[in-house]
Write a protein that binds this ligand. Sequence first.
Ligand SMILES: NC(=O)C1=CN([C@@H]2O[C@H](COP(=O)(O)OP(=O)(O)OC[C@H]3O[C@@H](n4cnc5c(N)ncnc54)[C@H](OP(=O)(O)O)[C@@H]3O)[C@@H](O)[C@H]2O)C=CC1
Ligand SMILES: CC(C)CCC[C@@H](C)[C@H]1CC[C@H]2C3=C(CC[C@]12C)[C@@]1(C)CCC(=O)[C@@H](C)[C@@H]1CC3
Length: 337
Amino acid sequence: MKKVVLVTGANSGIGLALCAHLLSQDAQLQLCLACRNMQRAEAVRQALLVSRPRAQVTLLHLDVGNMHSVLRAAEEFKQKCNRLDYLYLSAGIMPNPRVDHKAFYKGLFSINVVCMFATGEGILTQEDKVIPIGLQEVFATNLFGHFLLVKELEHLLCQMDHNSLVIWTSSSNAQRSAFSLDDIQHQKSHEPYSSSKYGSDLLSLALNLICSQGLYSSVICPGLVMTNLTYGILPSFFWTLIMPIMWLIRIFTNTFTLSPYNGAEALFWLFMQKPESLDPMAKYHSLTSGLGNNYTQPHKMDNDENMSEALYVKLLELEDTVRKKLRDEDLYIKTKN
Ligand SMILES: NC(=O)C1=CN([C@@H]2O[C@H](COP(=O)(O)OP(=O)(O)OC[C@H]3O[C@@H](n4cnc5c(N)ncnc54)[C@H](OP(=O)(O)O)[C@@H]3O)[C@@H](O)[C@H]2O)C=CC1
Ligand SMILES: CC(C)CCC[C@@H](C)[C@H]1CC[C@H]2C3=C(CC[C@]12C)[C@@]1(C)CCC(=O)[C@@H](C)[C@@H]1CC3
């Protein structure tokens, strides 16, 4: 049976590297690239087909930060495919990132220096905004849109005859201290990225606990990778300039995977595993040794079942509110026409 794989954020960075890797491994694969920019998506599809001309690569228009688009994309996917084996949730944003230079230099001379380079903890903040539906943009894109997509595709994911796996691209920047159940959208502070990624860790655990038979969920961390996301933190020429320093740092922290191919290691590793053999409490890290060898290692996540179930309940409540808003908007448009 051909495996069906859906990848969000497939047109660049880690998502794209994963797609290329998957196709090189399994030519029989049915791969669906879910992207918000169809021109970029088509260019990527053509590029992937150059090395695998007979591969089955389709496109799906999905803006994961727009809930109308999520519902439409899920509907379109269900019409096209009657099976889904792997759902890779790789789309993500970190808008207006700011490096706290004072904290960075302080961290350089502290005993936590390796941890600082591995997680970026305490030195990175972002400026978030509210999108038209009334949600915080980072929360909507990195967490809620994906949650809604999983809910919409639940019937395809929960099948009796085979297991399927949802894979969240989280981060080692996901900190419990940045997340609050009373402020799941992170309206009140300046680490929405960390909060949304911690939320995805919790949600993955909740899916394993709550969802029906056949559906499994896992979380990965790609390490620090040079992509459009990191070029938003510091310009690409600066990263290129300090590349030798980063290769040096890699000797002390194997989390500097640096290339999208290396960063996608854990995503690809999960594709090779049986979903039922995975640990729901583990985050699977892509790691690269000082000599440049890639491997995947599980690390216990800093979360608990009660908190993850509480987040799941809050997300279900928010889902109701959002669906009602979407229906009202549809009704308004219909009556206006
Ligand atoms: N780079 C790193 O060091 C790390 C990255 N990550 C995570 O890895 C994932 C991939 O990021 P990375 O490859 O680094 O960065 P990129 O910016 O290269 O990739 C992000 C992808 O997400 C897509 N995307 C963003 N917003 C939306 C949206 N609203 N709807 C649909 N697609 C969207 C982008 O599409 P478009 O091209 O249209 O913008 C792009 O394809 C993210 O979740 C990120 O948080 C985690 C840890 C470290
Ligand atoms: C000489 C140095 C390499 C200068 C760079 C300092 C910082 C800008 C980086 C040090 C650790 C980095 C890091 C991230 C961003 C850039 C740094 C803070 C992330 C937070 C990027 C996104 C993620 O999801 C994390 C896994 C990264 C962790 C490390």
